[in-house]
Design a protein around this ligand. Structure first.
Ligand code: AMP
Length: 116
């Protein structure tokens, strides 16, 4: 993860790298994942640079709530009424590869547990 400290996602927010953006507001953007793991695979990311989930502070509470509500709206728009999965990978052992907090919205197929 440290290898990507330049923060790819901040570059997408700043418009320096293109992405298929499907949502943009004051607090966050959402775009299609470049390597989809399901028929629907969207990343929802805060515009505020927060490197990992465990870097969240109490002041970020409303922001995290907002990301979840954006996920609800996108799930409806993308036809995921039967269900979906939200994932936040944290640091190396959680499988995080980009050091900018992001929520995966996955849908369009069945998901299983344990997640592997
Ligand atoms: P994570 O492994 O949780 O850090 O997730 C990072 C995600 O970013 C992966 O699912 C990648 O496929 C995705 N990704 C990497 N580069 C891009 C990009 N340029 N545009 C869209 N998604 C990307």
């Amino acid at each position: 993860m440290a290898m990507l400290a330049d923060n790819l996602f901040k570059r997408i927010i700043d418009g320096k790298i293109s992405a298929k953006i499907i949502h943009d507001d004051d607090l966050c953007i959402a775009f299609h994942d470049i390597g989809p793991q399901a028929p629907v695979h969207v990343l929802i990311i805060p515009k505020k640079v927060i490197p990992t989930h465990d870097a969240l502070t109490p002041e970020d509470g409303p922001l995290i709530g907002h990301l979840h509500l954006v996920a609800v709206n996108l799930a409806q728009e993308l036809g995921l009424a039967e269900g979906y999965r939200l994932v936040i990978n944290c640091k190396d052992r959680g499988g995080q590869t980009v050091p900018h907090l992001h929520m995966h919205l996955l849908g369009g197929r069945d998901f299983h547990w344990p997640p592997g």
